[in-house]
Design a binder for this molecule. Structure first.
Ligand code: PEP
Length: 257
């Protein structure tokens, strides 16, 4: 983490879990376990139908509500879609785009991820742009090349001022939901490369302002070691964010210097 230049962000991704009726209890338990001092921005990305509940429930302990997906379209005849303006209207502050589950199960391309990120920026929502290599790509030594390609594609047409408000999440696909975490050195190596790519595209000032998160089986035990790395500015957390005590422990791990 480098608090001097950029925000530390701990974001939970609830995926298709939890219910509106369970949010209050979750937030009570979270509140009881969060550190008294605020050391990072805390975000919970819920299913779209729970965002309003999270906006209300999160006020007291300063937890921002986030979404997990957005339409690339502004409005119109797109049955089932939710626009960036609608997310902003209910109070979402962040939105995940390009998660590997959406890339895999919904065939989302790099250009679609880019369009979604731009739609969010236009409405003042911070996109959490996910990138990450498969196990096969890692084993073939293609990680850096692939990540650089994904970052450039996701940021295409986004200017130097806008990029400072974007968050990039490095999520190796082989580490998501598998219990196999990247080592702190592996995660740092790729997060450092992501910053180098942004530096080449936008210059040093923008590059040092962008928060880069690690995601992939981050949990209460391994968070502190990952967060101690200079280019890892937080975490995107799936499974462990469903347990308020574990999520609070990860938040507390950002208290280290
Ligand atoms: C995720 O889905 O973004 C994620 C990181 O999941 P998990 O923490 O469960 O690996």
């Amino acid at each position: 983490m480098n608090r001097k230049y950029r925000r530390t962000v701990i974001a939970g991704n609830w995926k298709m879990n939890q219910l509106n009726s369970g949010v209050k209890k979750y937030m009570e338990e979270l509140k009881e376990n969060l550190p008294a001092q605020k050391t990072c921005d805390i975000v919970l990305c819920t299913p779209a139908v729970m965002i309003s509940t999270m906006v209300r429930a999160g006020k007291e302990c300063k937890v921002a509500a986030g979404a997990q997906d957005v339409s690339k379209y502004e409005k119109g005849a797109y049955t089932g879609e939710v626009s960036a303006e609608m997310l902003a209207d209910v109070g979402a502050k962040y939105c995940i785009v390009g998660h590997s589950e959406r890339r895999e199960y919904h065939q989302e391309s790099d250009s679609l991820v880019n369009e979604k990120a731009k739609a969010l920026i236009a409405k003042g929502i911070v996109p959490i742009i996910c990138v990450g290599e498969s196990l096969e790509q890692r084993e073939k030594n293609l990680t850096m090349e692939y990540i650089a390609y994904q970052v450039k594609a996701a940021l295409d047409g986004i200017d130097g001022t806008q990029v400072r408000h974007c968050v990039i999440a490095y999520e190796p696909i082989w580490a998501i939901g598998t219990g196999k975490t990247a080592t702190a050195d592996q995660a740092q190596e790729v997060c450092g490369e992501i910053r180098a790519v942004i530096r080449k595209m936008y210059g040093a000032r923008s590059a040092r302002a962008v928060s880069i998160l690690y995601g992939g089986s981050m949990n209460a035990k391994n968070a502190a070691e990952l967060l101690a790395m200079p280019d890892i500015d937080g975490g995107l957390i799936g499974g462990a964010s469903l347990k308020p005590v574990d999520f609070a422990t990860i938040v507390a791990a950002t208290a280290q210097e």
